[in-house]
Design a protein around this ligand. Structure first.
Ligand SMILES: [Zn+2]
Length: 485
């Protein structure tokens, strides 16, 4: 996973050596010091957690950005000497780190947050989620829901989200309005849904969507086959072909529950992973969400086809789906990113919480506190997530030449004091609300908690209004248990 980065870094070192040579040459020639280079933004004085190939932490450090690109990461003095910045963020008392990459979600489902909890998966789906979706999914709902999700994400440090839903062009528009990135998959499913009566209609819609956003600075438009149990073999192949045609990552759900595996074994005599392989679904680069019930043979199949995994610990725990074989997958060399899944089964989009839960879950389930270390889960939420969506050459770490997606996280609260190790703090005590500033593609989308893209009060008002429709669309919530009898 890191080989290309190490390679890139060698090139970077050569470039750095060349720069040093030039500077020395100028100094020897006795010329005036070189004019400072222009930077659109410098973030300086914080502890910079780079997540670069050496996993360097600069304390204090500074990041210089010009336009959409990181141009230097160095000490505050070195950056001040080299760059004249038109804007400076003083970051003392914070950690400056790559923006978080959420590798699996259904943004508009924030509208079903807390609608019904503590139910068996089938009761939850059939009595609440499916009826709510049947009656409320529309372009409006998707737009209002995604704005709400994007607001929550940029406020909690997520700079890229991966999505699978309907009317995905509305997800894309709202994502761009918020100024964050999206790897957004138009969902293909084997039964009539709000935006397509048939899978063929869904595929045509997906192709139009991919074409409409081709080359977009923030959105990678793609296609998602819902799962191996909701899409037939022919449609799976057509979905794969569409992703291959446009060179976009193929998204799907994989081996989320025991029932899915049992059904696949009964129907195909193959695990879901092996079934996907048997129909050639893995022949184009893909990202599979969950992978809770994977055998060693399944992991080998994913590795062979370079399929990345999105690990969603909170959703898997809440729905009692199980715990993915994270340590085995990482040891085997799979690319693993972290995800929240939709807010209907989480119930929030806070990637800091996802990191903490991932660490705790695997320590508990594997009976070993040394697994899923803070460093490991921080990698999954940054550089691993970027690799999982095929963008590790551009995102996931703070390095010159990469796109400027970074966040500034306050470390000054009582909960975070004292701070001996920033990596430990990012995973074990930090919450999404600790994010002060969020920068995506070099643009500040939230500065000192003030959102500069969306209008938060309008976004919340629209969502509250829509929630009345959602409430009316489903059965009354399950009775709250009461202690008084
Ligand atoms: Zn999902």
């Amino acid at each position: 996973m890191l080989a290309p980065l190490v390679h890139a870094n060698r090139a970077g070192r050569r470039a750095a050596a060349l720069t040093v040579t030039l500077v020395v040459a100028i100094a020897v020639a006795g010329a005036a010091p070189p004019a400072k280079r222009k930077a659109s933004l410098v973030v300086t004085g914080g502890t910079v957690v780079t997540m670069d190939p050496q996993r360097r932490v600069l304390s204090p450090g500074a990041v210089a950005i010009d336009g959409k690109t990181i141009v230097a990461v160095d000490t505050p003095q070195a950056i001040a000497a080299r760059f004249a910045a038109s804007d400076v963020i003083q970051a003392a008392g914070t950690v400056v780190m790559p923006g978080l990459v959420n590798t699996h979600g259904h943004a508009p489902m924030v509208m079903y947050r807390g609608l019904a909890d503590d139910l068996k998966l089938m009761d939850w789906l059939e009595k609440y989620i499916f009826p709510a979706e049947a009656k409320t999914v529309s372009p409006d709902m998707v737009r209002i829901g995604t704005r709400l999700a994007a607001l929550e994400m940029l406020q909690s440090g997520t700079t890229l989200h991966t999505d699978m839903y309907y009317f995905e062009e509305e997800v894309a528009k709202a994502t761009k309005e918020a100024g964050i990135r999206g790897v957004l998959g138009q969902t293909i499913i084997g039964f009539p849904v709000a935006d397509a009566k048939t899978p063929a209609e869904g595929l045509a819609r997906a192709e139009r969507f991919i074409q409409a956003f081709k080359g977009d600075a923030l959105v990678v438009a793609t296609v998602a086959a819902h799962s191996m149990y909701t899409v037939d073999a022919e449609t799976l192949k057509a979905t794969r072909d569409l992703a291959a045609k446009y060179g976009v990552p193929l998204l799907t759900h994989l081996a989320e529950t025991r029932d899915e595996v049992a059904e696949s074994m009964e129907k195909h005599k193959l695990s879901p992973t092996a079934y996907f392989e048997s129909v050639g679904f893995w022949d184009t680069p893909g990202l599979a969400a969950h992978g809770v019930h994977l055998s060693d043979a399944d992991i080998a199949i994913l590795l062979k086809h370079r399929v990345a995994l999105s690990h969603n610990p909170e959703s898997n725990m809440k729905l009692a789906s199980g715990a993915a074989p994270l340590t085995k997958a990482l040891k085997a060399g799979l690319v693993v990113g972290l995800g929240t899944d939709g807010a209907a089964s989480n119930n929030d989009l806070d990637m800091f919480e996802a990191m903490r839960q991932a660490a705790f879950l695997h320590k508990l389930i594997e009976g070993d506190p040394t697994v899923a270390s803070a460093q490991t889960v921080l990698e999954m939420a940054t550089i691993g997530g970027a690799a999982a969506v095929g963008m590790a050459d551009r995102l996931g770490s703070l390095e010159p030449g990469k796109l400027a997606d970074l966040i500034v996280v306050s470390m000054r609260s009582a909960r975070q004091t004292p701070m001996y190790n920033p990596i430990s703090h990012l995973v074990y005590v930090t919450r999404g609300d600790d994010v002060r500033t969020t920068i995506v593609n070099g643009r500040i989308v939230m500065r000192d908690r003030r959102v500069l893209t969306l209008n938060p009060s309008l976004v919340l008002a629209d969502a509250r209004k829509l929630a009345e429709k959602v409430r009316a669309a489903v059965a009354p919530a399950p009775a709250q248990s009461s202690v008084a009898r």
